[in-house]
Design a protein around this ligand. Structure first.
Ligand SMILES: [Mg+2]
Length: 233
């Protein structure tokens, strides 16, 4: 398959594909922990706080992908559930924690390995876009903080599109906004189901970024570092 000839437009997922969500979220959580937990004299180990939050956050995102909650709701409810589980609900406010977390998070600039390099490599020959589940304002801030905003001619967020990945509606929206046919579009993302399989179903060429080699599927295109996109484009 010669993607170089066929593909004209490349969409990227944002979190954990271009913008290092895992690294940035730990930095933001550490700030919440230092300013809201430690300063309130609450004796909880950071790693435990992080673990409980990460589990609650994951559950809320899965519920979001099933259409059971909104981004707005999950932002506060994940912290609400965290402080309930830690039995500190009487000492800190979920909204307060969430605000500090979000304000800190969106200002962070750590990108995935080789992200800038590959965007510079692709930009002369392909149109580039973003297709992300998330809050429009926050995702825009992350792109601005990390200096990648200007690479993209189309930016689609789930709240802007009124549907979230893996819903076919957001993929059809992405196809339409690109101005190309599905077979001329590639989509690089880090989630096998939500990004790669869902894109492939709509005729887009899904490429899975799988740094830890978690997924075994010979029917998809897989890379372990963004730099490997050079082999295809
Ligand atoms: Mg992602």
């Amino acid at each position: 398959m010669d993607l170089r000839k066929r593909i004209r437009f490349i969409y990227f997922d944002l979190d954990n594909t271009l913008w290092d969500f895992k690294k940035n979220t730990i930095i933001a959580l550490k700030k919440v922990y230092n300013e809201k937990i430690i300063k309130n004299n609450i004796k909880i180990d950071f790693n435990y706080f992080k673990e409980v939050y990460t589990d609650r956050n994951e559950e809320h995102w899965r519920a979001f992908e099933r259409g059971e909650t909104t981004v707005q709701e999950l932002r506060v409810s994940r912290f609400d559930k965290t402080i309930q589980d830690l039995s500190i609900g009487d000492r800190v406010e979920a909204e307060d924690l969430n605000k500090l977390y979000i304000d800190t998070l969106v200002s962070l600039k750590n990108l995935m390995n080789n992200a800038k390099l590959i965007l510079d490599y692709l930009r002369p020959d392909y149109e580039l876009g973003i297709l992300t589940n998330g809050h429009k304002e926050e995702q825009y801030k992350k792109m601005n903080s990390s200096g990648i905003f200007d690479y993209f001619s189309v930016i689609i967020t789930s709240d802007g599109a009124g549907a979230s990945k893996p819903n076919p509606k957001i993929y059809r929206d992405a196809i339409e906004k690109s101005g190309y046919n599905p077979e001329e579009i590639a989509f690089v993302g880090d989630d096998y189901v939500v990004d790669t399989l869902a894109a492939n179903r709509e005729g887009i060429t899904g490429i899975l970024l799988d740094p830890k080699n978690n997924i075994e599927d010979n029917n998809i295109i897989k890379i372990s570092d963004l730099i490997e996109l050079k082999e295809f484009f």
